[in-house]
Design a protein around this ligand. Structure first.
Ligand SMILES: Cc1cc2nc3c(=O)[nH]c(=O)nc-3n(C[C@H](O)[C@H](O)[C@H](O)COP(=O)(O)OP(=O)(O)OC[C@H]3O[C@@H](n4cnc5c(N)ncnc54)[C@H](O)[C@@H]3O)c2cc1C
Length: 249
């Protein structure tokens, strides 16, 4: 199977349990994650009575404007990314602070039937797609052959699971960067903002930029106040990019 778009699924979002002894005078609609961040921010000044009469969205806008982003760290969101390439996840996992990752293992999982992600710059050009596809299919055929030969070479290893792992971890060396992978990514709202700002910008690689723009849209749906200052626009290269008004909160 060839992927031309990533798939993003929300796996987990915050659940806020408001303490009865410290109630906040909430205003406006908001999600649990946004309320959790507002609660944390208000605790710093014991301003639960909401003296400025702000809605949660207004309160969090002010937090972002003042770059007081540590309160955003309380709200964690877990996303499942599918239909992304190994080269994309190689870049993704460089984002360390506030992020957690669990990715499909090429040592354990058989890649004989692996899918591949068509690089965005190639999509829609039949000639380029054909050349790319020929390379990918040849690499996959080489992988299958290597696994078979390695299983035979190490037939004296009794533990079949271990033998398969030995074969696959060596054979994966011929799989291309475009091999599709799946990764579970958890981040707090501040860390997501940093990651998504860097990876949705015009300077970012096209596939991760496309994913970042999609993730922004998904997270804007989850917790609009955390991403209200983010504008998605069509860049000069005719692809969507995003800009953050309150950069690096
Ligand atoms: C367009 C683009 C091109 C890139 N090209 C390359 C490349 O050619 N080669 C390459 O190797 N990488 C490249 N990178 C990756 C880049 O160098 C970073 O590794 C990646 O963007 C993660 O950024 P970060 O370290 O700020 O993120 P995080 O690890 O999420 O950190 C977030 C922030 O926390 C703070 N922080 C985190 N860890 C520390 C620490 N140990 N000490 C002090 N402060 C810390 C910093 O303020 C940091 O900005 C590129 C990234 C982009 C966006």
């Amino acid at each position: 199977m060839l992927y031309t778009e990533p798939k993003v699924t929300v796996l987990a979002r915050p659940q806020f349990a408001e303490p009865a002894h410290l109630p906040v005078a909430w205003k406006g609609e908001s999600s649990d994650g946004e309320r959790l961040a507002e609660f944390a921010g208000r605790l710093c000044y014991m301003s639960q009575h909401n003296p400025a009469g702000r809605t949660t969205a207004e309160y969090l806008e002010n937090i972002k404007r003042q770059r007081h982003g540590s309160v955003l760290e309380h709200a964690n969101y877990t996303l499942l990314f599918e239909g992304v390439s190994r080269s994309l996840t190689h870049e993704l996992v460089r984002h360390r602070a506030g992020m957690a990752y669990s990715q499909l293992s090429q040592r354990y999982v058989d890649e004989s039937e692996a899918s591949f992600v068509v690089p965005p710059a190639i999509v829609g050009d039949a000639e380029l797609e054909g050349a790319w596809r020929a390379q990918v299919e040849a690499a996959q055929a080489a992988y299958v052959a290597l696994v078979e030969q390695l299983m035979d070479r190490y037939r004296w290893v009794d533990d079949k699971v271990h033998r398969r792992k030995m074969a696959r971890e060596a054979a994966r060396g011929v799989l291309p960067n475009s091999t599709e992978t799946k990764i579970v990514v958890t981040g707090n709202a501040r860390a997501w903002r940093t990651l998504l700002e860097l990876r949705s910008s015009e300077g970012a690689e096209l596939e991760i930029r496309r994913l970042a723009v999609l993730a922004i849209r998904v997270l804007q749906g989850e917790a609009p106040a955390f991403f209200s200052d983010v504008e998605v626009y069509d860049a000069a290269d005719r692809r969507p990019a995003a800009r953050f008004l309150h950069s690096k909160v």
